[in-house]
Design a protein around this ligand. Structure first.
Ligand SMILES: [Zn+2]
Length: 75
């Protein structure tokens, strides 16, 4: 069964809000700034993610699961 964290990659969700919602826990972050990186772990399945925050017309968050190859058909 899919964990709710599996919907995060490609969702552009804000890591701090996901932590507030209890979906993930933030393990560490890079130096705070507009472009920074979060290391997170899912609170349910313990899967780990790296999130790259990039600034632009709107702030974007790119969720990358650790140790998983991208499945066929996924964007
Ligand atoms: Zn999970």
């Amino acid at each position: 069964m899919a964990c709710r964290c599996e919907a995060l990659p490609g969702s552009n969700r804000e890591p701090t809000k996901e932590q507030d919602a209890g979906t993930v826990r933030i393990l560490s972050t890079s130096e705070p700034g507009w472009d920074m990186t979060y290391e997170l772990v899912c609170a349910s399945c313990a899967r780990r993610y790296t999130v790259r925050q990039t600034d632009g017309p709107a702030t974007q968050w790119k969720w990358v699961p650790h140790g998983l190859k991208r499945r066929r058909g996924e964007v």
